[in-house]
Design a protein around this ligand. Sequence first.
Ligand SMILES: NC(=O)c1ccc[n+]([C@@H]2O[C@H](COP(=O)([O-])OP(=O)(O)OC[C@H]3O[C@@H](n4cnc5c(N)ncnc54)[C@H](OP(=O)(O)O)[C@@H]3O)[C@@H](O)[C@H]2O)c1
Length: 249
Amino acid sequence: MKVFITGGTTGIGLALAKEYLESGHTVGICGRDLSKLPADFTNKYPALKSYAVDVTDRELVKKTVHDFAQGELDLLIANAGRSVGSKTKKPDFDASRDVLNINIFGVLNSFEAALDIMLEKGKGHIVAVGSVAGMVGLPGASSYSASKAAVIKLCESYSLDLKKWNIDVSCVCPGFIDTPLTRKNDHSMPWLMEADRAAKMIKKALESKKSLYVFPWQMRSVMFILERLPRFLYRKMMGMKFANYSKDI
Ligand SMILES: NC(=O)c1ccc[n+]([C@@H]2O[C@H](COP(=O)([O-])OP(=O)(O)OC[C@H]3O[C@@H](n4cnc5c(N)ncnc54)[C@H](OP(=O)(O)O)[C@@H]3O)[C@@H](O)[C@H]2O)c1
């Protein structure tokens, strides 16, 4: 299989790349800074192609995915993303713009590039890494929650629209995974999972073409309830739990 993963230099994307490479697939990854890759990674996996690409650069993403695919692409995982740092009540509009740009337009640019190839071939699988944070409006993470909500709905619509062209669409929504993104969090992270384990679970879910995969199951259960709570109750609960967030940026 030919697999392209955006945001493959660290964290979940890197763990996914390793997982697919060890299963014998040809893998392409991108990130803005390839020096973040572990020292021996490219030597250890000759079937890996890595590209220095910012996913917000629409033309460069297109050129890169085409260069990697050479007309054949089975799976694209739009994983690149960022979150804002500490939880604050006051929105940081510069950071918010960047989060929305990377997390939403990065996915759109990647899907666009992959679909050029997959629609031509009449088959393929596109995947976005959303988050459980997109299932509710989390306090202190407005732009991150909004970006991931957009990704979840984008994938839901695409999964309906693209079926007739034999394109599968999945959205993966992890809970807390131990990566550089979460290591800067200053709050508790229940059911924190290793990236390698998360990658194995994601790969398995994608093999069965799940359209929405929320994991781990404990977090899926919590989100199931939070999504369905009357919103006044949700606001009350979250307001009490996160009353002490910093008032500063
Ligand atoms: N960790 C969690 O608990 C968790 C939970 C739910 C969802 N997620 C989602 O999972 C995805 C991966 O996150 P992670 O936890 O693995 O974080 P991470 O270790 O910080 O990895 C983020 C990856 O995205 C790349 N990236 C960021 N901005 C980019 C840009 N503009 N262009 C190209 N690449 C870019 C980074 O590479 P460069 O820095 O080299 O560009 C890096 O490879 C994200 O979409 C995140 O929102 C994570």
